[in-house]
Design a protein around this ligand. Structure first.
Ligand code: HEM
Length: 387
């Protein structure tokens, strides 16, 4: 133990690692709602799992229409470890989409996007969209029948953008049709382009979180002033406001903070760790028990194959199916407008009220939007099982 301490001291003298660790671990976080706060860290853990398993997969995967499928088929036939890694990559992506959705619903429901956390929310919406793009571009890569027909449908969606739609489709496809260039471009987007934006954006999201503290939820907006450690302060004058936003750093000699807080370490880290470990175990079990499917290699000339969309693409796919061909550009205004509204939410709903039951003007349209997505998913779900 003494030796380890000496090594730590040596390292600390050169890097100041001790104060960094302290700063990272000993933040005051609220006691109320702590289990809901585990969703953000679970999202982070699942994204890191994606990164690690993705790096493993790039060691074998070849982004070519002749070799891509063959490299994954090799894993399936001859490499049990590689197959499990591929299964983990797929199932943790699926569970990540679910958990990030819950994290978003929780921050929406609890009013956490309000001043001063508008940018926590805006960066979050950006992360949600990037994770969706990661999932849909990943679905092209196996280049089996499912992947090919997903690519045909998905690369056609941007074509409905006014004025530049055909250009974007041709740029993504590398021509008029889905083919080898589509695969190598999509591989570049999945492995380089999106991660290069996603990971810095995660850092920005976490830095903002640290700046404002984890006090965004309405359950924590019963605050109190506290004296800074070691400083004696006279009783707080009653007129001093302790309503939102709490200053995240001490102002004068006083902190404003939720009434009940606890240290991030070990209390919140324990809950975060427990939820993340359970999720990782579930991912591992699904990867072993079900694995990642691989259909026969893509065959553009086939006429007998019935394409089935990825489950997370189902609401959009169903919307495109329900409306007549000529009205598709109009129908696509719904998801595009939805994204813009999400981005604008903290700037529209600016009142101090955070309690969801006191915010009907936001909760009712929000509830209808969620219901709309659920109904579209249910309508399309029969196709997932080829019904
Ligand atoms: C890669 C994706 C994401 C990661 C890694 C991530 C991570 C986190 C973490 C660790 C927290 C603190 C714990 C918690 O509140 O659960 C947090 C808070 C927050 N996140 Fe995210 N998040 C992501 C995506 C999103 C999305 C999609 C949204 C919403 C659109 C969002 C909005 C927020 C807000 C507003 C807070 C502040 C909550 C508060 O102080 O009460 N995040 N995020």
């Amino acid at each position: 133990m003494g030796r380890l301490d000496a090594v730590y001291d040596w390292f600390d003298e050169r890097t100041a690692v001790r104060s960094l660790v302290r700063k990272g671990l000993y933040e005051a976080v609220p006691k109320r709602g702590a289990w809901f706060y585990t969703l953000g860290s679970a999202t982070l853990v699942l994204i890191l799992l994606q990164l690690v398993t993705g790096i493993f997969l790039t060691l074998v995967y070849v982004p070519s229409v002749t070799e891509g499928w063959a490299s994954l088929n090799y894993l399936k036939q001859h490499d049990a470890f590689g197959s499990i890694v591929r299964g983990i990559h797929l199932w943790s992506a699926y569970i990540l989409l679910f958990v990030i959705g819950l994290h978003m619903v929780r921050t929406f429901f609890s009013g956490s996007y309000k001043r001063p956390r508008e940018l926590n929310w805006v960066t979050g919406v950006g992360l949600f969209l990037l994770v969706l793009v990661m999932a849909i571009t990943g679905a092209f890569l196996p280049w089996d029948q499912a992947a090919y027909w997903t690519a045909v449908v998905v690369t056609n969606v941007p074509a409905y953008t006014p004025f530049i739609g055909s250009f974007i489709r041709a740029l993504w496809r590398g021509g008029d049709f889905v083919g080898p260039i589509t695969l190598s471009r999509t591989f570049g987007i999945h492995v380089w382009l999106i991660p290069a934006i996603l990971f810095p954006l995660i850092l920005a999201h976490l830095a903002l979180l640290r700046k404002h503290g984890e006090f965004g939820s309405y359950v924590n907006y019963r605050g109190a002033y506290r004296s800074r450690e070691g400083v004696d302060v006279p009783p707080v004058p009653p007129q001093r406001p302790i309503e939102p936003p709490y200053p995240a750093v001490p102002t004068d000699e006083l902190w404003a903070a939720p009434l009940e807080t606890e240290d991030f370490f070990p209390f919140q880290t324990f809950k975060d760790g427990l939820v993340s470990v359970v999720l990782v175990i579930v991912v591992f079990l699904l990867a072993v028990a079900i694995g990642a499917p691989l259909e026969p290699i893509a065959d553009p000339s086939t006429t007998s194959y019935t394409p089935v969309p990825e489950w997370f693409f189902l609401p959009l796919d169903e919307l495109l199916l329900l409306v007549p061909q000529q009205l598709i550009p109009l129908a696509l205004i719904v998801p595009a407008g939805g994204v813009l509204l999400l981005l604008a939410l903290p700037f529209i709903d600016r009142g101090p009220e955070r309690n969801p039951f006191e915010r009907p003007a936001v909760m009712v349209p929000g509830g209808f939007a969620v219901l709309f997505v659920i109904i579209l998913t249910l309508l399309g779900s029969g196709r997932l099982f080829n019904l």
